[in-house]
Every structure is written in structure tokens, then in C-alpha cells.
Design a binder for this molecule. Sequence first.
Ligand SMILES: Cc1cc2nc3c(=O)[nH]c(=O)nc-3n(C[C@H](O)[C@H](O)[C@H](O)COP(=O)(O)O)c2cc1C
Length: 233
Amino acid sequence: MAGEPGGGRAQVGGPMRERLRGLRGIPVFAGEIPAFDPDTAPDDPVELFTRWLDHALGAGVPEPHVMNLATADAANRVASRFLILKDVGPNGWSFATGSASPKGRDLDANPHAALACYWPRVGRQIRIAGTVAPESPRTGAADFLARSPDARAEALVGGQSAPMASVGEHERELAEARERVDADPSLVAPEWTLYTLRPDYVEFWQGSRDRNHVRLRYTAAGEGRWQRALLRP
Ligand SMILES: Cc1cc2nc3c(=O)[nH]c(=O)nc-3n(C[C@H](O)[C@H](O)[C@H](O)COP(=O)(O)O)c2cc1C
């Protein structure tokens, strides 16, 4: 915390300590906790995820399609960020990004990755791990063309996560890209890629206010079969 007002070593015990006490007072699992009986869970974790997502939408969970994606580069340096779930089906969980972005480069060097969602209103967490592969360029292009013109223009500018000289310069690049999108609505950013994470681990975590959380783990057992286990909270 050095460099922040009130932060740094000398301040511990002062205002920082007060703020941390405040953190402990924030309630967790404060929402409507639904029942989850693992005995009634389906054989396939994708089916259970779909049920939970449907339930989250019905329960008004905000943005339940936002997930955290963790990747690691060739030197095992880990990075994570949030992105949008584009689809889920028998092949796994799909998301889209530029292949030249840091996460795209990580996935190119190391296909192992993990996803996590947390839905506070229903106290549910889902953890997914497996290997990621790009879908065909045609599928990536279809995803790209389904994006809003502004989102397409931003992706056409490219260079995601690279430092930029100034906001003004970027706005000029964006305006120029937006003109290209408007002039040719079939224009596709060549780096835009739909990736699918094929899972070998999926865990459903139902929080409980008494901390007796229910955890159901699915591990891939080959040929599309899954092994299930209950985990200690
Ligand atoms: C709610 C939310 C949704 C996002 N969705 C996406 C997405 O679908 N694709 C994407 O490339 N970045 C998305 N981002 C931005 C990423 O979190 C990240 O900043 C960006 O992709 C650069 O990541 P990287 O440097 O690790 O490649 C989203 C961010 C937030 C907060």
C-alpha cells in the first residue's frame, strides 16, 4: 500500500487497521440461499451449470455471465481477468478475445486455464478448469459480427493491453475504425477468436451462512463420463 494516503508500514495500526475492521463487518452470503441437494444433481456438469445459470437469471443475479479467467504463460506466471461467457455446451465454456492480447498469448503458450463465477445473490460459486482451444476462424468471425459496432471498432484497433501514447490518440484510432465498420459491416478483426475451455474439473459450491457449504466436484473420467465427489467445505 506504499504510496497510498494512509498506507505504508508506518501507518499499520492507524487508519489502515480501522479500514480492515470495516472489511470484516461486511456481510457475505447475505442473499437468498437456495437449496442444493447434490444427490439430485445430473451426471453431466454442463447440465448442472445450465440449471444454475437459469436459476441465477430467474433470481436476478446481476451479470451472471461474467466469469474470471485465469491463464499462465510459458514461465508459469499466472494472470486473471473477467470476461463474458459466450456459450456453454457439450464442448465446454466459450469466451472471445483477441489472440494477440496477453491472455491470447498465454493460451497459445499454455492451454491450461481456469474459470470461476461468483453469484452473491444466491451464494454460489462455480469453478472450472481444463484446456482451451480456439474455435475455427469462421466461428470467431460469427462472434465478431454479432458484437455491437462500437465493440467491433475497439477490437479492430487491436493492441489490447498495450500501453498507449494518449487518450486522444486512441480516440482518433477508434473513430477511424468505427468509420471502417460503418463502411463495411462484414469487416472482421483477424485476431478475434472464440475460445472454448474443455473442462476436466467442474465444482459447484453452494454457500451457507453457517459455513457448512455444499461442494460437489466433477472430474473427467474419460469418454464423456464424470466422477463425482463431495468435498469438505
Ligand atoms: C465485466 C467484464 C467483461 C469483460 N469481457 C471481456 C471479454 O469478453 N473479452 C475480452 O477480451 N475482455 C473482456 N473484458 C476485459 C478484460 O477483463 C481484460 O481487461 C482485457 O481482456 C485484457 O486482458 P489481458 O491483458 O489479460 O489479455 C471484460 C472486463 C469486464 C470487467
